[in-house]
Structures are given as structure tokens and as C-alpha cells.
Design a protein around this ligand. Sequence first.
Ligand SMILES: [Zn+2]
Length: 410
Amino acid sequence: MKLTQCRMCLSKEFEMFLDLGFTALADNFLSPGKLHDKEMFFPLRVVLCKNCGLAQLDYVVDPTLMYNMDYPYESSTTKTGREHFTKMAKDIIEEFKVEDGSLAVDLGSNVGVLLMGFKECGMEVMGIEPSLNIMKKAIENGIATIPAFFGKEAVDQILKEKGQASVLTATNVFAHIHDLDEFMESASALVNEKGIFVFEAPYFKHLLDQLEYDTIYHEHLSYLSIKPLVAFFERHGWELFKIEEKTIHGGSLRCFVSRKGNYPIQGMVKEYLDNEEKEKIHDIERMKEFAVKVKEHKEKLRNLLMDLKKQGKKIAGMSAPAKGNTLLTYCKIDTEILDFVTEKAQIKIGKYTPGTHIPVYPDEKLLEDKTEYALLLAWNFAEEIIKNNEKFRKAGGKFIIPIPEPKIVE
Ligand SMILES: [Zn+2]
């Protein structure tokens, strides 16, 4: 579905600045049986709202196609990820002196890692997760979870069973939601008068600065910055009152929102706004410069890989996150360059990357095959992945970190 109005300010004035072509759905890893079926490709283009400055995709894929039974992302896969979420729960409870026994609800709660943190601290918890196979794992982890998208129905069920929530969280979910007005309606019904909504999402400024264009894919509908967010929450009678920056996912923002007047607006909100103005991150000229850099990056990465290939080197991809598929598809990296990609998540092993059809194996395959270069697709976890693959490095294996500048790590 083509976007007709800005989801934050409702303006109809856009300007397109980045066209990444047509890509398959980034999380739709293909089982061998589906490899020869017709695969769906959708346009991947980013536009800037001329009114509020929100960067967003101009084509919205039906969410039921994206978050289906096979949705493979498990938030507990990496140690860095688990520690991040446990600490997040503790920090929120301490700072806002959340009462024992009050309710925390997490949207897109995945296998329940964040909610486990809240539960350990004595809160009641409830998850909302549309992927059935992931939801089942959350239940196995002892986290009550409703198999649904966030909306009136799920909210009504929670209100009936548990009452209103003191804390509503969404990590890497808010930027995935198309109808944000409907979202705010549901959030207003669910969260109690003094309650807070805390969400984490990648910061658009980092995407621009660090050339993280691979984080652009169909699930990520909005590329968030503070200026459009402030105006959006204001329109709904809420306030963005605090911002923290986190290193996860290549630089994320943790935003704290509540009903107007509940909490003093902290000084950093204005600092962010001033800085965004200074850095021109809502300026179409800056966006166009970014698009040029993306094109140049594609050439650099392809040249590096093709040179190695010409030398007869064996190259594989390491880790297969959703964003890896934007990079692979846009840079036209397929089985002619990569022998395979490896991945820890069982759910992807034995399948093929969407669009580029590269087979996915466990990490051991790198040693078995005497792979010489590993292209790190989950570059944001580079440190942890390199540490975990000490054997590969000792066997002479080298890592290629693709973003922001392709570089070889020996
Ligand atoms: Zn707008």
C-alpha cells in the first residue's frame, strides 16, 4: 500500500530521497521447499515529510505478511541483547519507583526477555506478540502473552484480566507501526493516568551519520528523530519528557513519554531538537547527500568482495539478521560471491536468505569449509561475534565489517 499521508503529522507533502529498489521481505527466510515458489518483492523507498521532518517508507507492506508464523527474530539470541533488556527493566522500576504488583505490558514482547526482568522485580507482566511460534516460547518462559497485534482487542483483554498498566514498553516496535493514531488510542486506554510509555528505536541521526542504510527494510516504516516525535505526542496530549541514548542496534534512543504535565520535560529534549536543527537531519539536501554516499558504499563493498573473489578467496556471510538482506539485495551480493551465511538462530538454519537465496548454516561451517573471509552482516554485534568465533580467527579467518566503511579485520 502506497503511503498517502505522514503517520505522525498527517501532512500529504513528501519528497523521496532514497530508492533501494525492490527487495523481498527481510525476515522471510525460505525453507528449501519454497525456494522455487514465486517470491514477493516490494519497493523500498524512503521519503521525507516536508512538514514534520519524519523520514518514512513510502510503501507499507501488509503486516500479516511480515509477522507470520515463521518470523525468525528472537531477542534473546545474543548475550548483549539479554543483558540490555534485563537492565532496562531494573532502571525503569528504580527511576519511576514503580509499585510492586503493578502491571508492565510489552509490545512485540518476543520471547519475553524484557518482561522477565520486570517480573523478577515484582511486577505483574503481560506480553503482546503476533508471531505464534515466538509467543509459544514466551509462554514456556513463564511470561503470559497474548498472540495479537497491539490494538483495541488486545487492550480490552488486558484491562479485563489485569487492569491498567503502569508501564508500557516497546523495543524496536514503535517504528514498525503504521497507524500511530490508532496506537495512541490503544495506549491511552491501557496506560493509567500517571503511567509511562517507554520505547526504544534506532535514531535516524545515527543512520545518517554511520551510513546504516541496511537498517532500512519493510518492517521499519519510520526512521525516528525527536522533532517529529515531539509534535506527534503533543497532538495526542502526551509529552516526550526524557531521552537516553543506547549503543544497541548501532545507536538507539530510549524515549520516555507520559500524559502532559505528569513529569517535567528534561533539558536534553531541547538539546536534541537544537542539535537536529544544527545537523540538518530534516533537510532534503542532507538526505540527498546521504543517498549519494549509499551508492558509493555499494560500489566500495562490491569492489572489495569482487577483488577477494578474483584472488580465489572463500567468502561467507556471518550472522543473518534481517538488515543483512537489505545489504545483500541492494549490493547484489548472492551465491556468486558468498558460499553461504552462518547463523546461531536455529529457526534460520537450513533455510535460504530472502531474495538472494544464499543457504544458511551453523557457524561451524566456516571451519569445515576453510572459509577465509566472513562478511559480518550483524555488524552492530561485531565485538561479541568476533569473540565467539575465536577458532575461526585462529585458523586464519578474517572478518569484513561492511558498515559504515567496508573494512577487513584480521
Ligand atoms: Zn509529518
